[in-house]
Design a binder for this molecule. Structure first.
Ligand SMILES: CC(C)(COP(=O)(O)OP(=O)(O)OC[C@H]1O[C@@H](n2cnc3c(N)ncnc32)[C@H](O)[C@@H]1OP(=O)(O)O)[C@@H](O)C(=O)NCCC(=O)NCCS
Length: 220
């Protein structure tokens, strides 16, 4: 895959539908839902950005993303709770290293929806998309040391902990150690075989889409 092909895909990111979620392009009209969690210090504690100061800031941010989408340079999906249509977070790729066929992922979920396996459900769809559609070789994820919930999400998605990058990030006036996890295409395929973690259309209720996130056996 080259830069132009990647840009073409993400200029119109496909909708990925899972058991409880829809991953779709972020829209300016999501600003109130996004502000609801982006304003919280508990959400941004382990992120590179600070809480959004007001709804206008969130609106302008989402507006700037539309330009990035048009240029095929935004690789993030909005995570929507299917039951009520509310935007409850984001999940997607933070960067691609195309010469090495590598991608990095990230996610944020509204604390009101925390602890229900939402991030793993969204991340599995993104990993499935990375390996089966984009044909990526390696997906990695990093977390600031101490963000145990995020590391848990990576583990639930069968990513392997590789170690701690010491003093890797200077963030919020501090050098922080960063943990790194990854999964390779072969590992994903041997672990999950032909299981698909999203569909591209809106399934009916009880469509039979696999909800692995209620099943302990995947939470290794
Ligand atoms: C990290 C995050 C995405 C997890 O999302 P989630 O949808 O709650 O994920 P899960 O439901 O699978 O929970 C993951 C872990 O979070 C922890 N957790 C769950 N509910 C929690 C709560 N109410 N308070 C604190 N931690 C909680 C548990 O350790 C859980 O692991 P377990 O299922 O083995 O018990 C979410 O907490 C978040 O958005 N945090 C702020 C942004 C962030 O740090 N993003 C990651 C950047 S690397």
């Amino acid at each position: 895959m080259n830069k132009q092909q990647l840009a073409r895909i993400f200029a119109h990111p496909p909708e990925l539908v899972t058991q409880r979620l829809i991953l779709r392009k972020l829209q300016v009209s999501d600003y109130a839902d996004m502000y609801e969690y982006s304003r919280l210090e508990e959400v941004t504690r382990y992120l590179l950005w600070d809480p959004h100061p007001d709804e206008h800031y969130t609106l302008r941010y989402l507006d700037s993303l539309q330009v990035q989408y048009r240029n095929g340079m935004c690789y993030d999906w909005g995570v929507v709770w299917r039951e009520n249509g509310k935007l409850i977070g984001t999940c997607g790729f933070t960067s691609f290293d195309l010469p090495n066929n590598r991608a990095e992922v990230g996610y944020v979920i509204n604390p009101a929806y925390r602890g229900r396996g939402v991030a793993p459900e969204a991340l599995m769809a993104v990993l499935d998309f990375a390996f089966n559609e984009l044909k990526i070789h390696r997906v990695e994820a990093k977390y600031i040391n101490g963000n145990d919930a995020s590391r848990r999400v990576m583990e639930k998605c069968a990513m392997t902990f590789e170690g701690i990058l010491r003093g890797y990030l200077y963030v919020k006036r501090e050098y922080r150690d960063v943990g790194i996890c990854s999964i390779l295409a072969d590992e994903f395929k041997s672990k999950f075989g032909n299981t698909r973690f999203y569909s591209r259309r809106h399934p009916q209720k009880n469509s039979g889409l696999l909800n692995i996130f209620n099943k302990e056996r995947f939470f290794t």
